[in-house]
Design a protein around this ligand. Structure first.
Ligand code: IMP
Length: 216
């Protein structure tokens, strides 16, 4: 009896080790460990997900194309070409219609190099002072480079810029972004509520659906 149990346990261990070895390696081109952990959880045991540190990439990857989509592609391509791994990268921007879709690709550094969210939000609110058209959207693009081919997955969250900051949750521009059909800002929602409708969650859901099909 014990002998059988031990054998079954060893067999399960062996299967796990083999499936780990044959699991496809995939790099997420981000230096943000929290994002890697979050996405690794979503990917489950489909892929062996690695961050930039794990492949020895510690330099700043250029983001110089001038568009959100272009920057996502540039980052994923950089890793593929320099390190030889299939890779995906993500880029996000806030686009405000009355500001000709600014800050867009400059979202993180809108008020300066220090990437200060409060200064960024203050700048947006100042620029929209007296403006009735407060329509805006968050856009995330994931670029996936597989064997040199590029695919992109876009997620959009439409909404409006609030008249003032609302709420304490979340990060970045969350306190001034009110998603469509809501009167609460992202910063007044739980993470689970935001994940139902956010730009990033939408793009990742599309990407994961694609990966599932690709593995079939
Ligand atoms: P990143 O591409 O994730 O680094 O984001 C670029 C900029 O957009 C940063 O300033 C972030 O704070 C901001 N940002 C990205 N996603 C969100 C979000 O879900 N809510 C609020 N701000 C965001």
């Amino acid at each position: 009896m014990d002998w059988t149990k031990g054998n079954v346990r060893n067999l399960i261990l062996l299967v796990n080790v083999i499936s780990y070895i044959v699991m496809m390696e995939l790099v997420f081109a981000t230096g943000n460990k929290n994002k890697t952990v979050e996405i690794a959880r979503m990917l489950g045991n489909r892929f062996k997900l690695m961050g930039l540190g794990e492949i020895g990439c510690f330099e700043e990857i250029p983001e110089t194309t001038g568009t959100i989509e272009g920057n996502a592609i540039q980052k994923a391509r950089y890793v593929y070409e320099k390190y030889g791994y299939d890779c995906f990268a993500e880029d996000t921007g806030l686009e405000i219609y009355a500001l000709d879709m600014a800050p867009g690709v400059h979202t993180a550094r809108y008020a300066g190099e220090e990437k200060n969210p409060n200064a960024n939000m203050a700048k947006v609110l100042e620029e929209l002072k007296g403006e009735m058209d407060r329509k805006a959207r968050f856009k995330t693009v994931i670029a996936y480079v597989r064997s040199g081919n590029v695919l992109t997955f876009e997620g959009i969250a439409d909404g409006n810029i609030a008249l003032e900051k609302q709420g304490m949750e979340g990060f970045g521009y969350d306190p001034i972004f009110i998603p469509q059909n809501e009167n609460r800002s992202f910063a007044e929602m739980t993470m689970a509520e935001k994940n139902q409708i956010s730009h990033r969650a939408k793009s990742f859901r599309k990407f994961l659906e694609y990966l599932d099909k690709e593995k079939e």
